[in-house]
Design a protein around this ligand. Structure first.
Ligand SMILES: [Fe+2]
Length: 182
């Protein structure tokens, strides 16, 4: 892996539970998995949509190998109380995120302040970790190259909040349980 991973400043500081893995441990796991060429090659790829295989993450975390055909994306969402990490194993992913702490519950729309948008490109070997309530969307913007990535979350995904975004207005659309998650 030639390039140095881009790592969130929060690595090592966020811990979701007293007995769970740290985000640094999750990031270490996804990096190692992304370097496992046989594992990455084992993921079936579909030009029509994302594909995924569940992995055993460290310390009871939930981990996934995900394939992203050109143009695939998640839409805006967060992982509620879970912390996590992900690393691109092949291809390139784009992450758009919000540098803002959202109220956890009791709201339907929020107007975002200027300057909260962040964007980063994660080429193969690059990853990031994130804390609770990290709002983001992940995309494969390539028009020709599949991407594969490895993700880990702890606690195992309790819920996913999905948002729509119109300009500065973020709207909570639905809350999904792990079984709804792709
Ligand atoms: Fe996510």
């Amino acid at each position: 892996m030639a390039s140095a991973p881009a790592v969130s400043a929060r690595v090592g500081s966020a811990r979701a539970g007293s007995s769970g893995p740290t985000v640094a441990e999750l990031l270490d796991f996804v990096r190692r998995a992304a370097e496992d060429a046989a594992l990455i090659a084992s993921l079936p790829l579909d030009p029509e949509g994302r594909t995924w295989v569940r992995l055993d993450g460290p310390g009871g975390s939930e981990a996934w190998l995900i394939g992203w055909p050109p143009g695939a994306g998640t839409g805006w969402h967060d992982h509620a109380d879970s912390v996590g990490a992900f690393t691109t194993a092949s291809g390139t992913l784009k992450e758009h995120s919000l540098a803002v702490r959202l109220p956890t519950d009791g709201w339907k729309t929020l107007e975002l302040n200027e300057g909260v948008d962040r964007s980063r490109e994660l080429a193969a070997g690059q990853g990031r970790a994130f804390g609770q309530n990290h709002v983001h969307e992940v995309l494969n913007e390539s028009d020709s190259v599949h991407a594969v990535s490895v993700h880990a979350y702890y606690p195992p995904l309790p819920r996913i909040r999905r948002f729509s975004r119109t300009g500065a207005v973020l709207r909570l659309e639905q809350t999904e349980r792990p079984e709804d998650w792709q």
